[in-house]
Design a protein around this ligand. Structure first.
Ligand SMILES: [Zn+2]
Ligand SMILES: [Zn+2]
Length: 385
């Protein structure tokens, strides 16, 4: 789609590359009245120095290069990766140390306001979200339908300037048209995609499922399992307010992750264990619980990132019991996005997971909320004060 001629009339013909349906085309047309004047400078939250924190700076509005579009940002949600960068932990130091200053943030929604050379498939005014994996489209993985594990993967807001700003550039091929969704829901499609991918890597209809770890992605997974016809959904977390949220999102049985959840879930399933475990916490104890509560021949999706190597008895945990294990990273391009959009369109309500909305200037509060683990999704609104 990046080869589409630059001369394509903006807002005229939606191309096959977009998801525009008849109704969203009308919305796009209506959106052409938005103000497309672009200033020279903007506010951006920049990781400027190799230390904890970040700075709100006046920086130049970027120009979209070949294949890129310029987006006026409407909503950007905070993610664990952003917190690593903000705190400047060892991972962030190793990954970003050489590339400062960097505007970070990646879970975004905004409207297309300018086309770089060779773009135009996504019309001006279209609300888009971003696939945040910037892939080369040419490596072995990309050419065999596994772009999400591209050999030369770059991440928006880590390896390229990101979304905690009033404007950003994005390869047009990474834009996901999201007309019909509010900016904040459009923005959280990206982390929701993690949950969708982890959940649907195999069928879950009528399965018993346990979701371990009820941060925002775990909570989304609970809602997805309930919506998509799991027969029983267990959820565990060590924090009481997250357990309350999990119950609100539709978990049938919510357990304290610090208790003997394996015994409890085995009891609740008549000794069988669950068909599916979605491990969203990365906690070593939860990873052990995941394998112990999975029924023989069941499936474990691992998404949470442990902070150090974990030792497992492969014989008892996986091999002799015929357990299938999936490493889940990112989302599949674009299979996961279609599934996510379908769930939202059909009425899955993830709005309760968004607990806080703040202007970009109140980023310190936003990061405090995420760091304390008390919030669900926290969203920054770059166009507000
Ligand atoms: Zn993220
Ligand atoms: Zn690739």
């Amino acid at each position: 789609m990046t080869d589409s001629p630059e001369t394509a009339a903006d807002g005229a013909t939606p191309t096959p590359a977009t998801t525009a349906s008849a109704s969203s085309v009308a919305t796009i047309a209506a959106a052409t009245s938005i103000d497309l004047r672009i200033p020279r400078t903007m506010q951006a939250l920049v990781k400027a120095r190799p230390e904890a924190g970040a700075e709100l700076r006046e920086v130049a509005v970027p120009h979209p290069g070949p294949g890129e579009i310029l987006i006026r940002l409407e909503a950007v949600s905070l993610c664990g990766t952003d917190l690593h960068i903000y705190r400047w932990d060892p991972w962030a130091q190793g990954r970003l140390g050489k590339y400062l200053p960097r505007t970070f943030g990646h879970e975004m929604a905004g409207r297309v306001v300018a086309h770089g050379p060779g773009t135009g498939a996504v019309p001006l005014g279209t609300r888009v979200a971003a696939e945040t994996h910037l892939v080369d489209w040419t490596c072995y993985q990309c050419r065999t339908g596994r772009e999400h594990v591209c050999a030369n993967l770059k991440i928006l807001g880590v390896d390229a300037d990101g979304a905690f700003a009033e404007y950003m550039v994005l390869p047009e091929r990474n834009a996901w048209p999201s007309e019909g969704l509010s900016p904040e829901i459009a923005a959280i499609q990206e982390p929701m995609g993690n949950a969708v991918f982890a959940t649907f890597v195999e069928d879950i209809t009528t399965a018993t499922v346990a979701v371990l770890g009820c941060g925002p992605i775990g909570l989304m997974a609970v809602a997805i399992c309930r919506f998509a016809g799991a027969s029983r959904v267990f959820a565990t977390d060590v924090m009481p307010h997250r357990r309350e949220m999990a119950a609100r999102m539709g978990a049938d049985c919510v357990l304290d992750g610090a208790s003997d959840v394996v015994a409890e879930i085995r009891r609740e399933t008549g000794g069988t264990g669950v068909d599916v475990v979605l491990e969203m916490s990365g906690a070593e104890q939860a990873i052990h619980q995941a394998f112990e509560m999975t029924t023989n021949g069941g499936r474990v999706s691992l998404l949470g990132l442990p902070s150090r190597p974990v030792t497992l008895d492969l014989n008892d945990a996986i091999i002799f019991r015929g357990v299938r294990v999936y490493g889940i990273t990112g989302r599949e391009l674009w299979r996961t996005w279609y599934k996510t959009a379908a769930l939202l369109r059909e009425g899955l309500n993830v709005a309760p997971i968004i607990t806080d909305r703040l202007p970009l200037s109140r980023y310190e509060e936003a990061f405090d909320l995420v760091a304390q683990g008390v919030a669900g999704k926290v969203v920054l609104l770059p166009q507000e004060g």
